[in-house]
Design a binder for this molecule. Sequence first.
Ligand code: ZN
Ligand code: ZN
Length: 366
Amino acid sequence: MAPSGPGRVRRRCRRVLYWIPVVFIGLLLGWSYYAYAIQLCMVSMDNIGEQVLCLIAYHLLFAMFVWSYWRTIFTLPMNPSKEFHLSYAEKELLEREPRGEAHQEILRRAGKDLPIYTRTMSGAIRYCDRCQLIKPDRCHHCSVCDKCILKMDHHCPWVNNCVGFSNYKFFLLFLAYSLLYCLFIAATDLQYFIKFWTNGLPDTQAKFHIMFLFFAAAMFSVSLSSLFGYHCWLVSKNKSTLEAFRNPVFRHGTDKNGFSLGFSKNMRQVFGDEKKYWLLPIFSSLGDGCSFPTCLVNQDPEQPSTPAGLNSTAKNPENHQFPAKMLRESQSHLLTDSQSWTESGINPGKGKAGMSNPALTMENET
Ligand SMILES: [Zn+2]
Ligand SMILES: [Zn+2]
């Protein structure tokens, strides 16, 4: 149904407001360009060799930063393929039946050929009421985007986009290049910053740009290095931010390292097999975002035990035979009221701040 007038206006206003952090970063970047390239390099540097070297290195980092930031913002998050959506008949059946075991039975039948291994906390098949689909492994419903996002990591207000399977590599490169950008500025600006305090700079407006540039670069370096370090750790363990806060639940139970394949393979899951693409914001992650190799082949008899189970290239779900087994019957209720929490601390969803993590915006599951 089309949203009513006031609701639509409110949603449009919200959508415009969501761009404020991106515009802020854009303005900051524009100012840093002016302050560094013009005021520091062109106006304040006397040595021509230093000037040329700094300008070349700066523009290289600037280009990589903007490229990866752009791709993180404008790469659409991927949604589950049509195999995961319920058919019209199944939806009707689901609406008629009371919640509980009957619901689960319908979902079990609908998802019997799908490569899904994860469950809700209570052991039920993960189903999204909003999108009316069976959630693929590692997929979550984002309450800001109002969509199910494949391998959702978090909703990031600084890029006004969901970070997930389609753009996680770009997000990592954005963190890496923005950190390098800040460190480079801080390092090359340091001697001029010291001159500012020892009155070694001519009394022009350039001296204030030089001072603020150093403060901003140093401040952002500290916060970016902790965020980048955290995401490096997540990649090395093949975890998303959501999974770091709530361990994935498999058919046999919770396993915090269920998707970890070892350091090298975990890295390749995000960056791909071809090294020439690792440092470029070009999509090279492995897989299709709907199914993921796990390290649980020995523990779950329903997991494929062939190397195909660890083969990370795109898989056709029709090639898999995953007979649905009975779940714990007493714990088969579906999603209860959803909770959500956001990175910015503002909760645009349904309000209950359930976890301490400020970085997340997803529907909660039970
Ligand atoms: Zn959804
Ligand atoms: Zn989102």
